[in-house]
Design a protein around this ligand. Structure first.
Ligand code: C2E
Ligand code: MG
Ligand code: MG
Ligand code: MG
Length: 293
């Protein structure tokens, strides 16, 4: 009985809000089989640009395990990174996302998250080229999302890899901006296309303190101003309410992503979204940059 119970507790850390919290070793073992058994798939969340135009989708990994249920990327990506499995998974994500994006209208961008370990691996550029070659997706329609910490891992190599990516014509976004080092001077050197302002700034944007400027609004305004001067596009993450949207538009942010527009969707639903979005954006009367017909 004890042995069995021990077996169970070493597999499952705790029952947390009705979901099993799995131990890293359980995740690792299960993850080794996840790809070949077809348990991984990508969800696509829209990014909405000026005038309500659909700019593209961010591809987000989803894992549906037959026993453990859905396991979030925040839980399994760190394990995949530590175990080295991220290379295999990350290369599949690139192939799958570029192949899906080829079925979208011309100009629609797919954003793919790249982990630091994946980015610094000597084979990364070769895998990126292979994904573009297999899918025949024009490189300008692919954007890689990197965090500042990913670019700091081995900065000499990271900068060289970044130059190679840019030379291929692939776009680069700095993800979760504002929570890391946020070295403003480095932005110019890195030649990135997009800054994604972290969700934590959007979250408290509309909270008002009597007689005080909202600090997050002040930060967003300054990032938007700097980005505009450097010719960098700004995306706000975590846009959940009309209030967020109105304020972000007022602060000069042009591209938005969040539950207000849509949750991450299965590929087939993203495809439907591409067809119906024009009508929906008109009906909902999006307030910013509304281009007169
Ligand atoms: P991220 O790249 O910053 O992705 C945005 C996360 O915010 C996603 O969580 C998305 O579902 C969530 N989100 C979007 N809009 C809203 C909103 O309005 N409100 C709230 N509360 N959340 C929103 P998700 O899918 O759980 O992914 C978490 C993280 O896992 C990602 O953060 C990314 O760092 C990582 N990740 C996901 N897919 C991949 C992948 O294919 N490769 C790698 N290396 N990392 C991935
Ligand atoms: Mg991202
Ligand atoms: Mg992000
Ligand atoms: Mg994030």
């Amino acid at each position: 009985y004890t042995a069995r119970q021990e077996g169970v507790t070493s597999r499952l850390y705790s029952l947390n809000g009705g979901h099993w919290t799995l131990s890293p070793s359980t995740i690792r073992t299960a993850l080794e089989r996840a790809l070949e058994q077809g348990q991984l798939h990508l969800a696509y969340q829209p990014l909405v640009g000026r005038g309500g135009a659909l700019r593209g989708f961010e591809a987000l990994l989803r894992w549906a395990h037959p026993q453990y249920g859905t396991i979030g990327p925040d839980q399994f990506i760190p394990v995949a990174e530590m175990s080295g499995l991220i290379r295999h998974i990350g290369s599949w994500v690139l192939q799958e996302a570029t192949r899906t994006a080829l079925g979208w209208p011309d100009g629609t961008v797919v954003s793919v998250n790249i982990s630091g370990r994946q980015f610094e691996h000597p084979e990364f550029i070769r895998e990126l080229k292979a994904a573009l070659a297999h899918s025949a997706l024009p490189p300008q329609r692919l954007e890689l999302e990197l965090t500042e910490s990913a670019l700091m891992l081995n900065s000499a190599r990271a900068e060289r890899t970044l130059r190679q990516v840019k030379a291929m014509g692939v776009r680069v976004a700095l993800d979760d901006y504002g929570v890391g080092y946020s070295n403003l001077g480095r932005l110019k050197l890195l030649d990135i296309d997009t800054i994604k302002i972290d969700r934590s700034f959007t979250r408290d944007l509309t909270a008002s303190l009597p007689g005080q400027v909202n600090p997050d609004a002040a930060i967003v305004r300054s990032v938007v101003g700097l980005a505009r001067d450097l010719g960098i596009e700004v995306v706000a993450e975590g846009v959940e309410t009309q209030g967020h949207l109105n304020l972000l538009a007022q602060l000069g942010c042009e591209t938005m992503q969040g539950y207000l527009f849509s949750r991450p969707l299965p590929a087939a639903e993203a495809q439907r979204w591409l067809i119906h979005w024009g009508r929906w954006s008109w009906l909902s009367g999006l307030p910013w940059g509304q281009e007169t017909p």
